[in-house]
Ligand binder design. Structure first.
Ligand SMILES: Nc1nc2c(ncn2[C@@H]2O[C@H](COP(=O)(O)OP(=O)(O)OP(=O)(O)O)[C@@H](O)[C@H]2O)c(=O)[nH]1
Ligand SMILES: [Mg+2]
Length: 271
């Protein structure tokens, strides 16, 4: 795993994403970012836009002032490609999870099934009602989620039992819908000073590995589906090592999402 990471080639990953775009224009993937509040979900969307467009992006509103929940609405982001069109995947940003608040499990399950309309403002006190104007009764296949990306901050992985239980329940539901699931650990630069200096220390660092193992055991996501990243959030220039990690996560997300999509297509064909 260590050597695999160190020898990764950004060009190859970019080629993979572009190739996917060429082959599967009609198969849009819906990628949902779910995780603890302030974990860097919105920043991850900006990071993906940054590595794919080659310039620093800040389209998804990321909070830079406080630790309070910032994203409150259901919002979809497309990534523009070089042909003035869009990549065949979209990222969905939602309210974060938190102890005694945050997005409700019921609401996440409705998002997975495509029942939540763009712009819905999540209410931590009550789930979306079927009579609400933001409830979509008959979702299209493209409204349904193909991949859930669990986003957590590497320096705050002591997740409460309440949030762990929520994730476990959502994971079971997502599995029953054949939705792919991976995790992204953000803020690895805050884990220790060595990481701030050189991200290439990433897998070599015992501290991060131990944290990943603990996280994996708590939420049940295998180690090879957990991707550490440092988001673009303060940089003014592109950084190769940051790109390598973001590309690695993105490639895996697309790969897993496509498996889910293929499965859904083949099920429809046989129904
Ligand atoms: N050091 C560091 N800071 C980060 C990283 N990613 C995000 N941040 C910072 O963390 C804070 C929260 O980031 P957001 O992207 O708004 O997090 P979020 O998960 O969307 O938060 P909510 O919408 O409130 O749930 C911001 O101040 C970001 O600048 C990272 O990889 N490293
Ligand atoms: Mg956010």
């Amino acid at each position: 795993m260590i050597y695999f990471f160190l020898t990764r080639d950004n060009e190859a990953d970019l080629k993979y994403v572009k190739n996917y775009e060429m082959q599967f224009k009609d198969r849009e993937l819906r990628i949902l970012l779910l995780g603890h509040e302030s974990a860097g979900k919105s920043s991850f969307i900006n990071s993906v836009q940054t590595v794919l467009t080659g310039r620093i992006y800040a389209l998804a509103s990321a909070d830079c002032s406080s630790d309070k929940m910032f994203t409150k609405e259901y919002k979809t982001y497309k990534v523009r490609n070089e042909y003035s069109s869009f990549y065949p995947f979209v990222f969905c940003d939602i309210m974060g999870m938190s102890e005694g608040g945050g997005v409700l499990e019921e609401d996440v399950k409705m998002v997975l099934r495509g029942h939540v309309k763009e712009g819905y403002k999540f209410d931590p006190a009550a789930p979306l009602d079927e009579d609400n104007e933001f409830y979509k009764r008959n979702p299209n296949p493209s409204d349904k989620v193909h991949v859930v990306v669990y986003v957590f901050a590497a320096d705050k992985l002591n997740i409460s039992e309440e949030v762990v239980q929520k994730i476990r329940s959502i994971r079971m539901d997502a599995s029953s819908l054949n939705i792919a699931q991976i995790a992204v650990l953000t803020k690895i630069d805050q884990l220790c000073p060595e990481m701030k200096e050189d991200l290439r220390n990433v897998y070599v660092l015992q501290q991060l590995k131990e944290k990943m193992e603990k996280f994996s055991a708590a939420v049940g996501i295998p180690m090879n589906c957990i991707f550490p990243v440092k988001n673009y959030h303060e940089e003014i220039d592109m950084k190769k090592d940051m790109n390598t990690l973001i590309f690695s996560a993105l490639r895996h997300i697309i790969h897993c999402g496509d498996d889910c999509n293929t499965l859904r297509h083949s099920h429809n064909e046989t129904l």
